[in-house]
Design a binder for this molecule. Structure first.
Ligand code: FAD
Length: 116
């Protein structure tokens, strides 16, 4: 019966959404065009509209108001996404992630080659 999978719970949804958001940031253009910047801002704002956990979405909307998404460059977006995730981590009592490690975690793999 599980051949086609089952609905996700809130934690799985969170992990899979973070996977998408951080990976998208890690492959975002090094220097984004105005149109790409607009589309990324719209993507983030749409997550705030449609993320299927009402509390989470509402926290995201208020975070975006205080800390507007930085979409000019890949590295700025990677850092913004990391800080946004850390804001959620802090709220949930989880460890704060070292944002210097984002490229290794989400694109290049760890320096010890454990992902190769
Ligand atoms: P996750 O937090 O899902 O992290 C997955 C992996 O990302 C980690 O193993 C780590 O390798 C990496 N990581 C961790 N922190 C960072 C970072 N700062 N930058 C880059 N990579 C990092 N849950 C709630 O209960 N309440 C909420 O209000 C809530 N709001 C959310 C808002 C959004 C926008 C999203 C996407 C999720 C939200 N969640 C919320 C879900 C929650 O953040 C977690 O995804 C869930 O609790 C599972 O946590 P986890 O410990 O498996 O790791």
């Amino acid at each position: 019966a599980d051949k086609f999978g089952c609905p996700v719970d809130a934690d799985q949804l969170g992990r899979q959404t973070w996977t998408f958001l951080h990976t998208a940031a890690s492959y975002y253009p090094h220097t984004a065009s105005i149109s790409e910047q607009t589309q990324m801002k719209n993507l983030i704002s749409s997550v705030g509209s449609f993320y299927p956990c009402g509390d989470c979405a509402s926290h995201l909307r208020s975070y975006v108001k205080q800390q507007p998404p930085q979409v000019h460059t890949r590295s700025a977006l990677e850092l913004w996404m990391c800080q946004m995730h850390n804001d959620v981590n802090a709220r949930l009592g989880k460890d704060i992630f070292d944002c210097d490690k984002v490229p290794q975690r989400w694109r290049d793999g760890w320096l010890d080659e454990s992902c190769d």
